[in-house]
Design a protein around this ligand. Structure first.
Ligand SMILES: Cc1cc2nc3c(=O)[nH]c(=O)nc-3n(C[C@H](O)[C@H](O)[C@H](O)COP(=O)(O)O)c2cc1C
Length: 318
């Protein structure tokens, strides 16, 4: 794919990125995706500093291809994570959930390519002004933490593409090669995929959670807790507790108390499907199998190539 700006920037074969995901994307998933020609990302938001150190070393041993680390900027020990990333010469960092001005110049001074994740045009422009090399724009459909504005991928990507000059990666609701072609047609240079990669043997998610993803149908997820950090999750018992709290006009403090600590770990890593937080995107309704990560990459790229050819079909002649 010579000519694709993201392939050139990251030095990868396919403009297909496996999203950084707490409790789900460790070195096994990231290295498998990078070895398959995409870009794998280690999700450092759920890792103690020494765990991240170990994960980066294992990823480097498992692939000689580029990979990245996702750094949610709310992370309490962020200085230590940054030290580790620099020490191991990780080539690419995806920052999220914070102000891109805080760390971009520091990381770039170390020769690291910096990408920032946003969910609105306003923050995309701010990230470009902060000097990042590329932007991920994430729509309302996406799994995990998200913006408050509910802008869908279909609307967000062309709006961001119109306003920024640097390469743009689309995220949220992409699970097939047809989805990937759609976002490229909307103005993105690449696709970032999270939920689809949760249902792989290499993902560190608990088997119970992977089964829920495979079994889930359209309508099984919801974006909630906008007063805290908005998050899209499966509508399980924990979600129903939140719903009850809203019906009883719970205050932000009461919601914080209900959320407590460690809910995401309990659900996604320990497999507690009742009390845990199960973060996943709307596209889960289309995910029916647990498939090795390299096969997911190959399948999506084959579908993408087919989808490109299909644009010559009669449907497009009018
Ligand atoms: C289980 C899960 C955990 C996630 N954790 C993070 C995270 O730690 N940092 C982050 O920037 N985004 C996180 N996300 C969002 C993804 O990086 C990605 O942008 C999103 O999954 C894309 O939408 P999709 O789920 O429709 O593919 C998470 C998503 C999921 C499904």
């Amino acid at each position: 794919m010579e000519g694709n700006r993201i392939c050139a920037l990251f030095e990868i074969k396919y403009p297909l990125i496996q999203a950084g995901m707490i409790w789900c994307s460790g070195w096994e998933l990231a290295s498998a995706v990078s070895n398959a020609g995409g870009l794998g990302i280690i999700g450092s938001g759920s890792m103690y500093p020494e765990i991240l150190d170990d994960q980066i070393q294992k990823c480097k041993a498992a692939t000689d291809k580029p990979f990245a680390v996702n750094l949610p900027m709310l992370y309490p020990d962020i200085d230590k994570h940054i030290e580790t990333i620099i020490k191991h010469k990780v080539p690419i960092v995806f920052t999220s959930a914070g102000n891109p001005k805080t760390w971009t110049s520091h990381l770039k001074a170390e020769g690291i390519t910096v990408v920032h994740v946003v969910s609105s045009v306003k923050f995309a422009k701010k990230a470009e002004d902060a000097g990042v090399d590329a932007i991920v724009a994430e729509g309302f459909e996406a799994g995990g933490h998200n913006g408050r504005d509910e802008t869908t991928t279909l609307c967000l990507i062309p709006m961001v593409a119109k306003e920024i000059k640097i390469p743009l990666i689309a995220a949220g609701g992409i699970g097939t090669g047809w989805g990937m072609l759609a976002v490229l047609n909307l103005g993105a240079d690449a696709a970032q995929i999270g939920s689809r990669f949760v249902a792989t043997p290499e993902s560190s998610a608990h088997a119970n959670f992977k089964k829920v993803v495979v079994d889930s149908k359209e309508g099984d997820t919801m974006l909630t807790l906008k007063e805290l950090t908005p998050v899209r999750l499966i509508k399980n018992e924990f979600y129903r507790e939140i719903e009850t709290a809203y019906n009883q006009h719970a205050t932000t403090e009461e919601l914080t108390q209900l959320l407590g600590r460690g809910r995401a770990k309990k659900g996604m890593f320990e497999g507690d499907l009742v009390r845990g937080e199960l973060e996943i995107g709307q596209i889960a309704g289309l995910i029916d199998t647990i498939t090795p990560a390299n096969e997911v990459v190959n399948e999506i790229i084959s579908e993408f190539q087919l989808a490109v050819k299909e644009q010559n079909s009669p449907k497009f002649q009018f």
